[in-house]
Ligand binder design. Structure first.
Ligand SMILES: [Zn+2]
Ligand SMILES: [Zn+2]
Length: 387
């Protein structure tokens, strides 16, 4: 740690770790982050930062001013936990049965709090920093809930940045990429209906099981045969439900799955092809089929100029930064914020030695060793943009 910024963050490390462990011990699911939000608000106020609560239900925004400029930079952390029973055995393990911070949002919140504290103490910038603590990232679109509550009208941001810990990268490595970095996430549910009946008299029925099986097989050819091999997409069928006994052909079968894409054109194409496949296959089988197709998170698209700023800042602070070759097929609701404001989503390596577990794994725990790195990067991203 050679820069003054990193030295300052190292001084805050003990407190940051205590905050992280406190949040980790008391995880809360999406839109229930009452204790976490109160902890964050209390800390921000104690450091002289104005706090606006209940934005997107349990979200909050801290506003920090210095100098005369109206220009504002947004820094965002997510606060919610997952419905996973923790198996880390850590002294700070969750005290709530079946809920844990298995995605490391406790670390994100602690890092942004630490960056806030540093920026409040030093105020070596001219403008405004909007510290955005959002709820419900895990599948409930807390970012969109904050936007719907007027986040960017009330707290306009010229640019916005967010970090996510990344277990597969070496500890402290900062990585990002211009353009798509996380996938759009869609889910589909197909309901196949037909005439059920006796399994020994299939000619008197329309076999929904066989029809569903053909839909599953057909769906798995769509990416390979209908999408340009140079584009990236994933389609996975994840549930099939139907039938009650060995001698009954059921009248209804449900097939569920997910689609991940990085380009809206590819997304449109897969949805249209799947609808066609479902309708055509059902017709050929003498069944009917309804499809519910929901696009719940868009692709996370980084602004090239903001990515450049992240890479330059990381190189200035740590002497290195990584440009990732490929995006991840997982998804992220920061995507909603990036549709409104240019910015960048950044991965922060967790290291693979003592933090081998992947995100959403019962043994996953955020690596405290990278708290100072992440906090320094967040603070510097704002500071260097508001000179
Ligand atoms: Zn997650
Ligand atoms: Zn996450």
């Amino acid at each position: 740690m050679d820069s003054p910024m990193l030295a300052a963050m190292s001084d805050l490390a003990v407190e940051m770790r205590a905050i992280r462990h406190d949040i980790h011990r008391h995880p809360e699911l999406g839109f229930n982050e009452l204790r976490t939000a109160a902890l964050v608000a209390g800390r921000l106020r104690a450091w002289g930062i104005t706090v606006h609560e209940r934005i997107g239900k349990t979200g909050l925004v801290g506003v920090l001013n210095a100098g005369t400029s109206e220009r504002a930079i947004g820094l965002r952390a997510d606060m919610d936990a997952l419905p996973i029973h923790e198996a880390t055995g850590a002294p700070h393990a969750s005290i709530h049965q079946g809920i844990s911070h298995s995605c490391g949002h406790d670390g994100h919140t602690a890092m942004l709090l630490c960056a806030a504290r540093y920026l409040a103490q030093t105020r070596r910038f001219n403008g405004r920093v909007h510290l955005i603590f959002q709820p419900a990232e895990e599948g409930q679109a807390g970012a969109q809930a904050m936007i719907d509550d007027g986040l960017f009208e009330r707290f306009p941001c010229a640019e916005i940045y967010a970090l996510h810990n990344w277990p597969s990268l070496p500890a402290g490595t900062v990585a990002t990429r211009p353009g798509p970095i996380m996938a759009a996430a869609d889910r589909f549910e197909v309901t196949v209906r037909g005439t059920g009946g006796h399994a020994a008299q299939p000619h008197l029925t329309s076999d929904t099981i066989l029809c569903a099986a053909q839909i599953v097989t057909g769906a798995n050819t769509l990416v390979a045969r209908r999408i340009d091999p140079n584009a990236a997409a994933v389609l996975s069928v994840t549930c099939i439900h139907g039938g009650t006994a060995h001698n009954i052909l059921p009248s209804e079968v449900r097939v569920t799955g997910t689609v991940r894409t990085f380009d809206p054109v590819v997304q449109d194409k897969i949805e249209a092809a799947l609808r066609e496949l479902v309708e055509g296959t059902a017709k050929a089988a003498g069944c009917t089929a309804a499809i519910e197709y929901v696009r719940y998170y868009p692709a996370t698209i980084n602004d090239a100029e903001c990515v450049k700023h992240v890479l330059e800042t990381s190189r200035a602070l740590f002497g290195r930064a990584l440009v990732s070759d490929t995006p991840a097929a997982t998804s992220e609701d920061f995507a909603f914020m990036l549709r409104k404001v240019p910015g960048a989503y950044v991965w922060l390596g967790q290291g693979s030695d003592n933090h081998a577990a992947s995100l959403h794994h019962p043994r996953y725990d955020f690596n405290d060793e990278v708290l100072a790195t992440g906090a320094a990067l967040l603070a510097a991203l704002a500071e260097r943009r508001l000179t």
